[in-house]
Ligand binder design. Structure first.
Ligand code: FAD
Ligand code: NAD
Length: 402
């Protein structure tokens, strides 16, 4: 009899944790598990604001997948998924077609541009190792370019569209990096502008207590970040951004952090989606195709209050743990375990030694919050790679040299 087949798409927080947990539950010869990912490494999006700003090396934000999985139990394929065909239980890769009994979709999110013209072409985004290397190099290049053509002060203007957590974490880090860049290129720091443009009346996500929002914005302003609030970006052009009020801000660097939507492969495959995300049942399975589990940013899990939980790494990791168990129970013919989100809190970095957050209901800010953010990062590294990974990525980590 042929072995049951499990295919896991995406080695991000949801997919990787599913694979790592599943390999602990199964025997090598009882099931064929295949993990497919675009790259041969897993990257921690929670860390990307630092290499994007150039305050940390991108190597500290990624881990080779082969170092995390047991290759006797999980077969890894480095490939970009082209199509999912749930009716035929097939996944199309560039060079092969996989079939499955159970599928886990953990393909993460895509940038939401809301159809704003020029964003795709001229703005950069913080969403992968390659995208943050590009941002770091580009920002540096603009400083070098300014030195050759100092009429163009706009080369030193960096616009960040969206002041949610991604935009805020990035501008906090970037503001810390500017003094080094100014020294490196012999540029007067007063000429550099970081402008964070936000459509809502305040920075940071709605629902965060006002005093934390004010604290966060104060920290940013003290670092030199300028806010343009209640102002939407209407278009992005090669030389800057056009705002809803008609103003054009010339800028050499434009970063878009205005939101995300689920991976478009799900919609293309015929799943019913809302902003690219699929509503799942209590066991994180598609309502249309119960042999498909969906984790992380591709899924919508409703809270008991009837609102969707925000997509973040915390829920993706917990979904991965639950999905591994439910795959195991499915293979053994046992009843599945419903998913229950255990919200532990949120901490967002504001740059070096500064952060804000909520632990369950307790507000934290400043150095304590920054320390907690490091603990959260360390805890995740421990979960996927044990103490050696914490040493490698947080203690003996790679240094950013330029
Ligand atoms: P991801 O972790 O994005 O993984 C998706 C994987 O699928 C990736 O490895 C990708 O390469 C792969 N993939 C995509 N398409 C294909 C394809 N076609 N074929 C093959 N492979 C593919 N959340 C928090 O809780 N705390 C934070 O501090 C935090 N910081 C963040 C900072 C930034 C800059 C960003 C962008 C997000 C942050 N988030 C944070 C949100 C969090 O990163 C996401 O919610 C989380 O990554 C979702 O996990 P996932 O498994 O769904 O997807
Ligand atoms: P987001 O959707 O949370 O924020 C996007 C921001 O862009 C919003 O404030 C929105 O008002 C603004 N915006 C949208 N269109 C605009 C326009 N045209 N002009 C100006 N502003 C505009 O997206 P995000 O910050 O990328 O976060 C994505 C997910 O990742 C969220 O669930 C978030 O909680 C999570 N995340 C968490 C952390 C953390 O916990 N530390 C860090 C980063 C991201």
């Amino acid at each position: 009899m042929s072995k049951p087949k499990v295919v896991i798409l995406g080695a991000g927080y949801g997919g990787l944790v599913t694979a790592i947990r599943l390999q602990k539950l199964i025997k090598a010869d009882e099931v064929e598990v295949t993990l497919v990912n675009k790259h041969d490494y897993h990257y921690m999006t929670t860390h990307l604001h630092m290499p994007a700003a150039g305050t940390d090396h991108h190597e500290n934000a990624r881990v080779a997948i082969k170092d995390l999985i047991d290759e006797r139990k999980i077969h890894f394929i480095k490939a970009t998924v082209q199509q999912i065909v749930p009716e035929e239980k097939k996944v199309i890769l560039p060079d092969e077609v996989l079939t499955y009994d159970y599928l886990v979709v953990g393909l993460g999110s895509e940038t939401e541009t809301f159809g704003i013209p020029g964003l795709r072409e001229y703005a950069m985004t913080i969403n992968s190792i390659n995208s943050v290397r590009f941002i770091r190099q580009h920002t540096q290049y603009m400083f070098a370019k300014y030195k050759l053509d100092s009429k163009h002060k706009d080369y030193l203007t960096i616009v960040v569209g969206g002041a949610g957590f991604t935009g805020t974490e990035f501008v906090g880090e970037l503001a810390d990096r500017i003094p080094d860049l100014c020294q490196m290129f012999d540029v007067d720091p007063s000429l550099v502008q970081i402008i964070n443009i936000e459509a809502s009346p305040t920075a940071l996500p709605p629902g965060l207590p006002n005093d934390l929002v004010e604290y966060g914005m104060d920290v940013m302003r003290r670092k030199g970040v300028q806010y343009k609030l209640s102002t939407a970006i209407k278009a992005c052009e090669p030389g800057g951004v056009l705002l809803g009020d008609g103003q054009f801000i010339p800028a050499g660097t434009v970063i878009w952090s205005g939101g995300v939507r689920g991976n478009s492969l799900l919609q293309d495959a015929g799943f019913h989606v809302q902003r690219g995300r699929v509503k799942v049942d209590d066991y994180l399975r598609s309502l249309q195709f119960p042999d498909v589990f969906i984790t992380g940013d591709c899924s919508i899990v409703m809270s008991p209050e009837g609102t969707p939980y925000p997509a973040n790494a915390q829920i993706a990791v917990q979904q991965g743990c639950n999905t591994a168990k439910n795959l195991f129970y499915s293979l053994r013919g046992k009843p599945l375990r419903p998913f229950a989100y255990d919200y532990k809190g949120t901490v967002a970095s504001l740059g070096r030694g500064e952060a804000i957050g909520i632990l369950k209901v307790k507000k934290v800010k400043g150095r304590l919050a920054a320390f907690l953010k490091k603990i959260i990062d360390a805890r995740y590294l421990f979960l996927i790679g044990g103490i050696p990974l914490i040493f490698k990525k947080m203690i003996f980590k790679q240094k950013q040299t330029t």
